[in-house]
Ligand binder design. Structure first.
Ligand code: SAM
Length: 264
């Protein structure tokens, strides 16, 4: 199933950075971005986040409560940072699925993770909006720096809810909105460097201009919390990282006992 088969139809316009494009065009253009950066993705991530993404990802693992033997979905898993952390946590009795739409990102991830001997990770090429997994399959799901790229975020959140077991948690790590205007200004100045750095190191500024623009049009902390609730998650909470430059949102699939607590 392709993204354009899912709920978002081609007559609806979606954001590609600041541009409004059809769902099909967004999926294609996001695919081009990650094809272009796949081989340098990890090194650029370290440079542009000054290494902070590694700490954020460890915080997601900590907040996930994932245990030995667990079944975990790392959606938009890309080159496999979160999948590797989860694989260590679930051990050889557990199972981690790294799902992503982009074959080039997964190729880089597959090579890295196999080199580390993490054989309990399964790779699955799929759009987030139409997951090929059974209902109530996973003990935990995570989307790390993936959600803002999705063609239909609401549909992806509903799919994530469907594949989680009752009471299981979804964690979304994503760029967000700095709470202090001074920090926001400084951060924008820093972001202005990303496209020229991309041109210098990867030979192409465009993917990094998309990165900046996609961060700026992404919903803020409260709006994303509301999207979790609208999709049906309960006990929704978020934690700002570096003053809101990024945030971790967490929500659970309802059980008969906690289904009333849906407000973020
Ligand atoms: N999770 C990794 C990390 O934290 O480093 C990779 C994040 S990378 C910024 C975003 C990933 O989202 C890419 O690998 C891209 O292919 C994937 N992606 C974008 N749109 C997608 C979609 N509609 N369905 C599934 N994956 C998608």
């Amino acid at each position: 199933m392709s993204v354009s088969d899912s709920k978002s139809t081609d007559s609806e316009q979606v954001n590609f950075g600041y541009q409004k494009v059809s769902a099909t065009e967004k999926t294609e253009r996001v695919g081009e971005v990650f094809r272009a950066v796949a081989d340098r993705y990890d090194v650029m991530n370290d440079i542009m986040s000054l290494g902070s993404h590694r700490i954020f990802k460890r915080m997601v693992l900590h907040m996930s409560g994932v245990r030995e033997g667990g079944q975990v979905l790392d959606l938009a898993g890309g080159t496999g940072d979160m999948a590797a952390l989860f694989a260590d946590a679930v051990g050889t009795n557990g199972h981690v699925v790294l799902a992503d739409l982009n074959e080039d990102m997964m190729r880089v991830g597959r090579d890295r993770l196999l080199n580390r001997g993490l054989t309990q990770i399964e790779f699955c090429r799929t759009p987030a909006e139409a997951l090929p997994f059974a209902d109530e399959q996973f003990d935990c799901a995570c989307v790390s720096f993936g959600l803002r790229n999705f063609t239909d975020k609401d549909q992806a959140l509903r799919e994530l809810l469907r594949v989680l077991k009752p009471d299981a948690a979804l964690l979304v790590l994503e760029f967000s909105k700095p709470v202090d205007p001074l920090l926001d200004g400084a951060y924008k100045a820093f972001q202005a460097l990303w496209p020229p750095i991309g041109r210098a190191l990867v030979g192409d500024a465009q993917p990094y201009q998309y990165l900046v623009d996609s961060i700026r049009v992404h919903p803020d902390q409260k709006a994303l919390g509301q999207m979790f609730a609208d999709a049906g998650f309960v006990n929704v909470e978020y934690h700002n990282l570096l003053g809101g430059i990024a945030a971790i949102h967490r929500g659970c699939k309802p059980t008969p006992d906690n289904s009333a607590n849906s407000q973020p």
